[in-house]
Design a protein around this ligand. Structure first.
Ligand SMILES: Cc1cc2nc3c(=O)[nH]c(=O)nc-3n(C[C@H](O)[C@H](O)[C@H](O)COP(=O)(O)OP(=O)(O)OC[C@H]3O[C@@H](n4cnc5c(N)ncnc54)[C@H](O)[C@@H]3O)c2cc1C
Length: 633
């Protein structure tokens, strides 16, 4: 078990040079810091104690940021390494990114340095009790008052209370509030306003603002985050606090609309684009915890006096190996998307939008399922909090909902398919290549050219399969949409096929860039990834000419070969990830003790072991029968 991060060529490839360097710097800074190393068992803390511990750790990281000159991204990475989702990260991950994307140059010059110094700390307040996915339904109003050159923010109803706002419940001093701009009685729709919600000296609420911390979330989800509820009553802010990067409002009430309305969505594209890499890291942690346990755990089929390691069973390999391959794909493709986002000015926003939407849905759906699969593959012991698998699940589970609910967001892929099909304009969108195939009747009616199971390992064969599947599902969607059917459920399958293709292409491109020494491992991973997606996607081919029964049988055979040959590569990948014990925070992944010793230690520390506090109740229960004078019940 590593206590320092791995820095081999494969580690460098998986993490990316820049990120790995940040990781090493962060781990060096915190591995001897008592705020992190001597913290109590986080799995056993109450919500309030956990939140307070996380705040203390967050503040320590802030101090390290200032002392060591860390960038904002370095700080965000550090918050992820230090714990689950830390409240202080919202300012740097979401708030500042939105200021950068949506403020005018003058506003940026004034506000961003303050947020970077943490003199102010911000959050993003869009969702309301009554309005989430449907952003157009937002009710909060921001009415321009030309007499005072101010904007008056109001929450007119119960359903207009802001709700779910991360970091608002306790930490934030400022909120980016999405509200309807009203000028001279005219509703100009949603705009973004910077509202100070707490006093900078006392941290008391500002007048006319009410905030509540939201309370416990189910399954201890986001336990370290102070999501908040907020309402405004005639809360006045300067007109200049309306974010003016794309729109502006003059003192006389003249309104200048955005030239490119699509740019209002830039910040969503950015945050969604970051999610694939972030989720990949968390999924990899869960799968690696499970793999470490599966290497240790033995059940049945003894040989030379020892039962067989469970990692050798197909039931475990078929669940954990594809999950590991997907986690790596999330990280590699996520990194590529991050590079495109950093260069967003030169990007086709629609192409990037469709890629990030598909990737967000795919990564969160697979990611959450894979963390649960990791837990289940550990049998009964996987249920213990001390394995860390439960908290990883709780942390990832809402990723399917925030930044766009899966099924609602899937419709954006469906809508793009319909639009570009009608306009014959798919050439402009690389992610929609399958529409060109759909227009070609000859290609749609052709059969797969596969002759034997080895052929399935060929990248052109895999691409042909995945593109054909996306085209078949696009055809179904176009037909459903034309008939006026509610496609909001079925479109999900198209979205996943669309994203399978995007991830497959991204992974293939990345594999070609791996070092010669690691190429075999990366190719093995790409094959597990591709063949798993193909086997799981077979349903789309029912009734199609493309695949025969022999094709399906040989595909399954190829997939089994890919899985059974992956064990040594999986070990190499686990090494390359090089997660430290601190990061995994699991009794299944400790250098000084086995999982059994770790589990026993936890039991010995359980505060319920000493049951003196309930003994009177138990003794009374055991004599209850006497009270009713009945020896036999
Ligand atoms: C942990 C967490 C943190 C969050 N943090 C923030 C934050 O910091 N700031 C912020 O502003 N918000 C935040 N949110 C809110 C989040 O962005 C919204 O909850 C999310 O966008 C989903 O919207 P909703 O709740 O309105 O879902 P709904 O739209 O109400 O979805 C309910 C159901 O209806 C279905 N549905 C809805 N519309 C349609 C349709 N047109 N067609 C078919 N089916 C439909 C959905 O598929 C879903 O099954 C957070 C949420 C969570 C869980």
């Amino acid at each position: 078990m590593t206590t320092t991060p791995s820095t081999t060529a494969l580690a460098n490839f998986i993490w990316g040079e820049e990120r790995l360097k940040r990781r090493c710097d962060i781990l060096a800074a915190i591995s001897s810091n008592p705020v992190f190393t001597q913290s109590p068992n986080s799995h056993a803390l109450s919500r309030k104690d956990l939140w307070t511990l996380r705040l203390k750790q967050g503040v320590e990281l802030l101090e390290l940021k200032f002392k060591l000159g860390w960038s904002n991204q370095q700080f965000v990475d550090a918050t992820k390494i230090a714990g689950d989702i830390l409240s202080l990260g919202v300012n740097f991950r979401i708030f500042i990114r939105n200021l950068e994307a949506q403020m005018s140059p003058e506003q940026k010059a004034y506000w961003i340095p303050r947020a970077e110094r943490f003199e102010i700390s911000g959050c993003y307040a869009q969702t309301e009790l009554g309005h989430g996915s449907n952003v157009r339904g937002i009710e909060t109003t921001a009415t321009f008052d030309p007499k005072t050159d101010e904007i008056v923010v109001n929450s007119p109803t119960l359903s207009s209370h802001k709700y779910w706002i991360g970091s608002l419940g306790i930490v934030a001093t400022h909120a980016l509030v999405i509200a309807r701009l009203i000028v001279q009685g005219k509703d100009l729709g949603n705009h973004v306003f910077l509202v100070q919600v707490r006093d900078l000296d006392t941290h008391e609420l500002m007048p006319n603002v009410k905030i509540y911390e939201q309370g416990e979330k189910g399954m201890s989800t986001f336990a370290s985050m102070d999501n908040g509820v907020m309402a405004f009553t005639d809360c006045r802010i300067p007109r200049t606090n309306m974010l003016a990067g794309m729109v502006s409002l003059d003192p006389d009430g003249t309104y200048h609309a955005a030239k490119n309305t699509k740019h209002a969505y830039t910040s969503m594209v950015i945050i969604r684009g970051l999610m694939s890499e972030e989720l990949g890291i968390e999924v990899a942690k869960a799968v690696i915890i499970a793999l470490k346990y599966a290497e240790f755990r033995r059940q049945f089929n003894p040989k030379d006096g020892l039962e067989r390691r469970v990692v050798e069973y197909a039931s475990v390999q078929n669940r954990l190996f594809p999950a590991l391959a997907r986690a790596v794909a999330m990280m590699l493709l996520g990194r590529e998307m991050r590079a495109r986002i950093d260069n967003i000015i030169n990007e086709s926003l629609e192409d990037l939008h469709l890629q990030t939407v598909g990737a967000k849905i795919w990564a969160s759906e697979h990611g959450v399922r894979d963390v649960e699969i990791a837990r289940l593959s550990c049998g009964g012991h996987g249920n213990m909090a001390s394995t860390g698998l439960g908290s990883l699940y709780a942390q990832l589970s809402p990723s399917r909902t925030y930044e766009g609910e899966t099924y609602v967001l899937s419709q954006q892929i469906g809508n793009a398919v319909v639009k570009h099909w009608k306009n014959t304009s798919e050439q402009s969108i690389s992610a929609l290549s399958y529409l060109a195939r759909l227009r070609d009747a000859r290609r749609m009616s052709q059969k797969s050219q596969v002759a034997g199971s080895d052929d399935w390992f060929s990248p052109p064969v895999q691409e042909d399969f995945l593109e054909h599947r996306a085209a078949v599902l696009a055809r179904r969607h176009l037909g459903d949409a034309a008939r006026g059917k509610d496609t909001s459920y079925d479109v999900f399958e198209l979205t996943m096929a669309h994203a399978d293709l995007t991830y497959w292409r991204g992974l293939q491109a990345q594999v070609k860039q791996s070092a010669q020494h690691d190429r075999e491992t990366m190719e093995a991973l790409a094959n597990v990834f591709a063949l798993n997606a193909m086997v799981e996607g077979l349903a789309a081919f029912a009734g199609e000419e493309y695949l025969s029964a022999e094709h399906v049988a040989s595909l399954r055979l190829a997939y089994q070969h890919a899985i059974s040959g992956f064990a040594t590569h999986a070990r190499a990948l686990v090494e390359a990830f090089g997660f430290t014990e601190y990061e995994l925070n699991s009794v299944f992944a400790r250098s000084g003790q086995t999982p059994y010793e770790g589990l026993l230690d936890v039991a010995k520390q359980s505060e319920l072991t000493d049951n003196v506090f309930v003994r009177p109740t138990l003794l009374r229960a055991r004599s209850l029968w006497k009270k009713y004078g009945r020896a036999k019940i």
